[in-house]
Design a protein around this ligand. Structure first.
Ligand SMILES: C[S@@+](CC[C@H](N)C(=O)[O-])C[C@H]1O[C@@H](n2cnc3c(N)ncnc32)[C@H](O)[C@@H]1O
Length: 228
């Protein structure tokens, strides 16, 4: 599949599914995945519970990062904000938040979900991180986003020069389950982009950052980067 086709599929997917996906944080996802009915039922029955477990583990990791590093008055970017679940946490810590997402539906959902909190401390914008760079901030997070981006060099280029710390996750190209689902595309219901530890580490170091933490998360990793 060529890259632009994959990009359009992913963007359309999130335009339609971001609200349903955010159900993972409460009960389960209601996403309309890209599979014929029978396979979709099986995927939802057996793989959604595992995906929910990873989503909740990821949620705890992100909250720990926010608790440790985000202080009142800091500027923080939430790239690929989705439903605004982490923007809300950042606002509660007293940060000024830039919430970005390329899906208009995610922008609207974030605005709706945050309408009762400190709206004067947040800017929510429709923004594609492969095409625009973030403003200068103290910290940035981008959770569940690199799994939909092939151009990891552009992604880092638009983020790392503008922050001191960065938390993000990716799906490991060399993980056994991912090797299988890349061959059996019906298991790849969200058209993921996969990356290798080698590629990520080299780009991190070339951008003047070091890896402060690197934890396994599901079939990938969650990394905290620190400017050298
Ligand atoms: C799996 S959801 C995660 C949402 C949220 N960060 C969370 O952890 O709940 C991925 C989000 O990334 C957004 N996204 C994907 N590619 C993007 C890009 N190139 N620029 C900005 N947002 C993007 C999608 O629209 C979607 O809202």
């Amino acid at each position: 599949m060529d890259k632009s086709k994959n990009y359009t599929i992913n963007k359309d997917y999130w335009e339609k599914n971001i609200e349903s996906y955010s159900g993972f944080y409460y009960v389960n996802s209601e996403e309309n995945i890209q599979l014929p009915f029978g396979l979709s039922v099986l995927y939802k029955k057996f793989l959604f519970p595992l995906e929910r477990k990873v989503t909740l583990e990821r949620y705890n990791n992100v909250c720990a990062f926010i608790d440790k590093h985000v202080k009142k008055g800091m500027k923080v970017a939430d790239i690929g904000c989705g439903s605004g679940v982490f923007s809300k946490k950042l606002l509660e810590k007293g940060a000024y938040v830039y919430a970005f997402d390329y899906a208009e539906s995610a922008v609207e959902l974030t605005k709706k979900n945050l309408s009762t909190v400190a709206v004067s401390n947040i800017e929510v914008s429709q923004f594609d991180i492969t095409k625009n760079c973030i403003p200068d901030v103290d910290a940035a997070i981008s959770i569940g986003v690199l799994p939909y981006i092939d151009e990891v060099d552009k992604y880092f280029h638009n983020i790392l020069p503008h922050t001191d710390r960065f938390l993000f996750n990716y799906i490991d190209k060399n993980n056994l389950f991912n090797l299988t689902r890349r061959m059996m595309s019906f298991l790849d219901v969200r058209s993921y982009s996969y990356h290798s530890q080698k590629e990520i580490s080299s780009l991190v170091h070339n951008n003047g950052f070091s890896i402060a933490e690197n934890k396994k998360l599901g079939t990938g990793f969650i990394l905290e980067l620190k400017k050298n």
